[in-house]
Design a protein around this ligand. Structure first.
Ligand code: PEP
Length: 252
């Protein structure tokens, strides 16, 4: 269960939310082996979150929301995968629809980002998903599978087995519109089949597939009941410690 904070919370507020989340989970006897929980935070919060999680041994993982395709050098404003690895980031989200929409990221760029993240020893959370016009035309499965083919191009079976693919229908992100559990299963199941076709059944069984789009504690149980949904990428609801803790504890 990954909570994407997007461009919210400064490093002081980040400390408060991570601590409250950890205490809430601890009070509820959270079992990390049943549901791994990660916060995906702005770059400026990473050091604070890392210090808290590692120093206090909190049962949380953490990650960044984006990465540069470049290794180092004259790329003002960019952050490299090695910089994130040095901070012990567990995850980097690549290809979030907000990066695709507002920063013109293509599947090819996202594929490059996934490769640099994996090369740095970090797990990428690779996002795919259709917009409303595609969904209305009933083209969501072929559209998303075409994205999958491009974002996974050149990755090995072992790399994909250790990655996360997040299916996020764009029309459901931050809108309150949730895909039905059956909608989520239709596309997540098709993604798993495509990974099997491309890289073999073992990679398909091991890759973790998340659904994202207006996930809340009130709908997470039905979404997680779907056989090919292994987790959720949560935006707005992850900014409330108690609500995100309930999502993480969906199995309770
Ligand atoms: C997201 O940002 O990836 C997301 C799914 O947002 P929300 O949960 O707010 O729809």
């Amino acid at each position: 269960m990954a909570g994407n904070w997007k461009m919210n919370l400064n490093h002081v507020e980040a400390a408060g939310l991570v601590q409250k989340l950890a205490w809430t989970l601890a009070d509820a006897k959270y079992d990390a082996s049943k549901s791994a929980a990660a916060v995906i935070v702005p770059f400026t919060d990473l050091r604070t979150v890392q210090t808290l999680i590692e120093g206090d041994k909190l049962p949380l993982q953490f990650g960044a929301q984006d990465v540069s395709t470049h290794g180092s050098g004259a790329y003002t404003g960019e952050i490299s995968a090695d910089m994130l690895a040095k901070l012990n980031c567990d995850y980097v989200v690549v290809g979030h629809s907000e990066r695709r929409d507002y920063h013109a990221e293509t599947d090819e760029i996202i594929n490059e980002k996934a490769k640099v993240v994996l090369a740095a020893g970090i797990t990428p959370i690779i996002c795919v998903g259709e917009k409303l016009d595609i969904r209305k035309a009933g083209e969501q499965v072929p559209f998303v599978l075409a994205q999958v083919d491009k974002v996974l191009a050149g990755l090995t079976a072992e790399q994909v087995a250790g990655s996360v693919i997040a299916y996020e229908p764009v029309w459901a992100i931050g809108t309150g519109e949730v895909a039905t559990p059956e909608d989520a299963q239709e596309v997540c199941g098709a993604i798993r089949v495509r990974v099997a076709e491309l890289l073999g059944q073992e990679a398909a069984d091991k890759v973790r597939i998340q659904y994202g789009g207006s996930v809340k504690s009130s709908n997470v149980v039905d979404i997680m009941a779907q056989p090919d949904v292994d987790g959720a990428l949560v935006g707005g609801a992850s900014l409330d410690a108690e609500e995100f803790a309930k999502i993480v504890l969906f199995y309770a």
